[in-house]
Design a protein around this ligand. Structure first.
Ligand SMILES: O=C(O)CCC(=O)C(=O)O
Length: 316
């Protein structure tokens, strides 16, 4: 089974696009109800993880409103874990800033960006080879994280993506583009993303924002409802007309702030007009996810023997 990446739809005549979208949606529905997700759900039920209080609170809060915030140290209390990530983050920032300085003087920065989202410099982007010596991957497949993701999605999930992002500050009058605008992620309704701030993030630095209750059966779930490849960028003014500002959650916070959320609900962020926003992010999706079938951001090149069954499932 193969999904076509949505950017490739543009070259197909309009009737073809409609048919193809229909096909993709039908395929997603089959995978969700009776295909790969059914198996992943039954594996989860056979061996449901025992969660501690912190993990349970995350799962319950995401169930209730689509998001929650937790200090990293509550989930990972060992100081050495944070210290290692903070060191890695500093080296990513240093490398990025050297690259940006080189570009500013007409040189080659050797920085990783993706078309349409040039404001984000990435540590990895897509197609990178990683093993368990990578602390970001190690965290992503740790049972502390994976048990939360699986309990939240109620199935054995796939770690579809992880990366570090450096959001380059934009001019004061810059318009919002891409994921800086309100949207639902198109690829799956069973999604859990984690964002870990690696610097203090204030209101001018493009904090992540979320519309509580816009996923699952929440009060805003029916506004431009989620569909695979749906019309998921309604326009910020249109959204503001239906969702009061006071309802929106804005996640400012110190380095070490961790946000968990279901991004099939409305979210946006990353338009900094002051200092760079630097974060790490992990995406867990169901096996039916459009993205997990087509592309994983990384290739796991370590030995599968180092992983338990659930971790192997997540990275393959
Ligand atoms: O950069 C942000 O805060 C938004 C990220 C986002 O839209 C996403 O990961 O789907």
């Amino acid at each position: 089974m193969h999904y076509r990446h949505p950017t490739r739809l543009r070259r197909i005549p309009r009737v073809g696009v409609a048919l193809e979208r229909g096909g993709i949606r039908a395929t997603y529905a089959i995978h969700d109800r009776i295909g790969s997700n059914r198996k992943a759900r039954s594996r989860f039920r056979q061996d449901a993880p025992a969660l501690d209080d912190v993990q349970r609170q995350i799962v319950d809060a995401v169930d209730a409103s689509g998001f929650t915030v937790v200090p990293f140290a509550e989930l990972f209390p060992e100081p050495a874990t944070w210290e290692e990530l903070a060191r890695e983050a500093r080296s990513f920032v240093e490398h990025t800033e050297q690259g940006l300085a080189a570009e500013a003087t007409g040189g080659e920065g050797a920085l990783r960006r993706r078309a349409g989202k040039e404001f984000v410099v990435r540590r990895y982007s897509y197609g990178v080879d990683v093993a368990l010596d990578d602390p970001w991957l190690r965290l992503g497949v740790s049972r502390r994280m994976l048990d939360v993701a699986n309990a939240s999605l109620r199935l054995w999930s796939k770690l579809e993506y992880f990366d570090l992002w450096y959001s380059v500050p934009q001019p004061q009058d810059a318009s919002r583009v891409s994921s800086q605008r309100w949207h639902r992620d198109y690829n799956d309704r069973h999604l859990l993303k984690a964002f870990l701030y690696l610097v203090d993030v204030d209101a001018a630095m493009g904090p992540f924002q979320y519309v509580p209750g816009s996923a699952g059966s929440g009060p805003y779930a029916r506004e431009w409802p989620w569909r695979p490849l749906g019309d998921n960028y309604p326009g910020d003014d249109e959204l503001a007309a239906r969702v009061p500002d006071s309802w929106v959650e804005t996640f400012t916070g110190p380095a070490g702030t961790m946000v968990f959320c279901n991004t099939s609900g409305f979210h946006r962020g990353g338009l900094s007009t002051s200092d760079p926003r630097v974060l790490a992010t992990w995406t867990y999706s169901s096996p039916a996810s459009l993205a997990s079938l087509t592309e994983r951001s990384y290739r796991f090149t370590g030995s599968l023997d180092e992983l338990d069954a659930l971790q192997r499932f997540a990275v393959t």
